[in-house]
Design a protein around this ligand. Structure first.
Ligand code: PMP
Length: 355
């Protein structure tokens, strides 16, 4: 059999994986701890009865985009929807990246912000954050002036550090950026402010959001972007025709009817974040303040890999960032239910006391 070789530029890159292990307490992928609210399944099932299965879905996803627009107080023409915010990021790179162009990231940040450009044959130029993971404006200026990227990725709250960028910082980056500034707000609802208020027809700022976290819908693969109308039109020309299936379009719209429940869950998780942060602060670990539904920490005296392994032995799975560049020894815990978080805190306390 004549087997084609993978594209040369791709063959050099490892894929992106989050190892799944069979455990009781799964706190490693920043999902919501609970399924969608009571009534969601029934409401969705009732609407699905009307799907015309032999027809292609609405290519423009009109009703879903109108519902998202109403939710955020913007126009439907400013909303682009896709299969997860990862596909939104990929469509941005396909549209504005490509050979001879570059994307800027400031590390450490979400791994897909450099992985997606690479698979779309876009160069990645990476700047460094300060020791405490903040953006360093001199470094931002250097990277943007030296490399002239068509897209600059920010992530607020930043994954995996949890740090929220201030409005002043986002505005300053937008002033310096030669192209788009994409603010990835996958965890935006957990933060005290949103860059959504900076989006308008003349600004280079676009904001991406997801249904995977707050809306308890990681299984559906649905994300979106709010940006200027011209950009939404350009992205729509690039994404595959009928990329968003009818079921997903309905699910995303129905979910928004449960906004009050979603808001209550977000405020419960924010309270839980305070409780878990306070508990971690009592242990021999360094904890970074988080504006998201996860917390980054580093055990002071035991190495991160060992702690991760011992947590798994106690049936608790967290994200092991210990060997990631710039995150030496760090682990990231997604907030779960109070019971799950207690299982984690008890296991961690036990490990640190006995190591
Ligand atoms: N952005 C960030 C910062 C994330 O952490 C994630 C999920 N891990 C995503 C985007 C991707 O989300 P989605 O499930 O919508 O593709």
């Amino acid at each position: 059999m004549k087997r084609p070789r993978v594209r040369d530029d791709l063959a050099l890159h490892p894929g992106y994986h989050s190892p799944q292990v069979e455990v009781d307490v799964r706190l490693n992928t920043n999902e919501a701890p609970e399924p969608p609210p009571e009534g969601f399944r029934e409401a969705l099932a009732a609407e699905l009865a009307g799907v015309e299965w032999h027809r292609y879905p609405d290519r423009a996803a009109t009703e879903l985009r109108e519902a998202i627009a109403a939710h955020h107080g913007v126009q439907a023409s400013q909303v682009f929807v896709a299969n997860g915010s990862n596909e939104v990021l990929q469509t941005l790179c396909l549209t504005y990246g490509g050979p001879g162009r570059s994307v800027a990231t400031f590390e450490p940040t979400y791994a897909l912000h450099s992985h997606i450009p690479k698979i779309t044959n876009t160069a990645v130029v990476s700047g460094e954050r300060t020791e405490d993971f903040a953006l360093d404006m001199d470094e931002v200026r250097r990277v943007l002036t030296e490399h002239d990227p068509t897209i600059t990725f920010l992530c607020s709250p930043n994954n995996p550090t949890g740090m929220v960028e201030t409005e002043e910082t986002v505005r300053a980056v937008a002033d310096l950026a030669p192209g788009l500034v994409v603010v990835d707000e996958a965890y935006g609802q957990f933060a005290p402010w949103s860059a959504l208020e900076l989006v308008d027809e003349t600004s280079p700022i676009v904001v991406t959001r997801t249904y995977s976290k707050t809306w308890s819908m990681a299984a559906a693969r649905l994300g979106y972007l709010i940006g200027p109308t011209w950009l939404v039109e350009e992205l729509s020309e690039v994404v595959l025709p009928y990329h968003l299936d009818a079921v997903k379009q309905i699910a995303g719209r129905v979910a928004l009817d449960f906004e009050p429940q979603m808001r209550r869950r977000v405020s419960d998780l924010v309270e839980e974040r305070g409780r878990v942060t306070a508990a971690l602060s009592q242990l021999p670990v360094t904890v970074w303040p988080s504006g998201a539904n996860f917390i980054l920490f580093r055990p002071d005296a035991v190495d991160g890999d060992t702690v991760w392994q011992r947590l798994v032995e106690r049936s608790v799975l967290v994200r092991n960032c210990a060997s990631w560049p710039r995150l030496d020894g760090c682990l990231r815990i997604t907030l779960g239910t109070p019971g799950e978080d207690d299982r984690f805190l008890d296991a961690l306390t036990d490990i640190l006391e006995t190591s």
